[in-house]
Design a protein around this ligand. Sequence first.
Ligand SMILES: *[C@@H]1O[C@H](CO)[C@@H](O)[C@H](O)[C@H]1NC(C)=O
Ligand SMILES: *[C@@H]1O[C@H](CO)[C@@H](O)[C@H](O)[C@H]1NC(C)=O
Ligand SMILES: *[C@@H]1O[C@H](CO)[C@@H](O)[C@H](O)[C@H]1NC(C)=O
Ligand SMILES: *[C@@H]1O[C@H](CO)[C@@H](O)[C@H](O)[C@H]1NC(C)=O
Length: 387
Amino acid sequence: MELTIAFIIICVGVLGFGNVEGNIYVTSFGARGDGKTDDSQAFLKAWEAACQAGGTKTLTVPGGKNFFLQPLIFSGPCKSTVTFELLGTLLIPNPSEWKPNKNNRWIGFKDIEALTVLGPGQIDGRGEAWWNYRTPADRPTSLHFNRCNNLQVREITSVNTPRNHISIHNCTGPTISNLNLFAPGESPNTDGIDVSLSSQITIKDSSIRTGDDCVAINGGVVGINITNVNCGPGHGISVGSLGRNGQTEIVEQVLVKHCTFNKTQNGARIKTIPGGKGYVKGVVYEDITLIEAGNPIMIDQYYGCKDRCSSGASAVEISNVRFVGIKGTSVKKNAISMLCSDTKKCNDVGLEDVNITAAGEIKEVQSVCSNIEGYSRETTPPVPCFP
Ligand SMILES: *[C@@H]1O[C@H](CO)[C@@H](O)[C@H](O)[C@H]1NC(C)=O
Ligand SMILES: *[C@@H]1O[C@H](CO)[C@@H](O)[C@H](O)[C@H]1NC(C)=O
Ligand SMILES: *[C@@H]1O[C@H](CO)[C@@H](O)[C@H](O)[C@H]1NC(C)=O
Ligand SMILES: *[C@@H]1O[C@H](CO)[C@@H](O)[C@H](O)[C@H]1NC(C)=O
């Protein structure tokens, strides 16, 4: 009797502890890491093992190797809580080798709770081969997360992505930190982190030098804090664009704090397209350093139509926006540009403690604005729309 109980305890102990920790290596499932062999099936088998094991599992991609991967999706739900530990480098196929998939995503993670993706490995999108290739829609996003609640992504480096470095869609509670996302300033549509339909998002302590928005906050984002991000080159940290093709979209509770825009094309920007519906409210840009930024403060409700905008179109409504402690230099004359819709005024927009001076070719900076209500305090250049 006692022996039986002892035996059971030992068995439970061994099995239980066996499931608590333990690395699973992609190389144990046949991944070669020679930079040429397609390792995607081996990665998927290793993923399945890690995902179904139960307990806490680390799936390790060893260092010192280059893993060539066709597009693949790591799917849940998982029995285990998985850490995807990237130590080596992942290599994308070039356009002629690429096996097309529906959404043009390279590495996808889907339906996984509490996933951690951890560096310090590298994701190499070898974008030079892709950037001239057909339309943006034909170029893949490197890393895509769909329905991954409580996701953590840390210490990953992504270079030369064909399109977005990282997209996050329909996730609650993701935390993204200590990332390096690099691509040339002139590379097309290479957003750093693109977030949509997600809530309670943290993005912090990261360096993003890329060809498009450093962070793009898209429709359905509620609650996002972006702190200590160095952006540039890039197109700034943007809300939108929202309202494309007459869509109804909402964004609220955005805080962008203690960030630098270094030689970016834009800075703190909200962009909406005429004809859209919905709203943007509760946006704060605070403690922002500008180094030769273009368009450092920008609200543009005529995005994507320039001088062909039809007046009287519906608009995504903008209200309760603050720009606080925005300091440094602009290389564009219109350092503050807030052009709101002629159908729906921007409401309750405040600027405080803003000091932007001219740099580069330009002699002086100015503010331009229309259809806007709010206030400014200690703001240079002064905003003519406010009393
Ligand atoms: C978002 O994810 C939830 C499950 O977490 C799902 O029920 C819902 O359909 C998803 N929404 C969209 C638009 O994909
Ligand atoms: C963002 O910061 C605000 C103010 O510090 C805090 O109240 C809120 O909970 C934070 N949101 C997230 C998603 O961390
Ligand atoms: C701004 O970017 C330049 C490279 O373009 C870099 O040399 C410089 O260190 C950056 N400045 C800051 C304060 O990060
Ligand atoms: C704005 O910044 C410039 C450059 O740093 C400085 O010379 C100027 O005094 C500042 N103006 C205000 C009103 O603080």
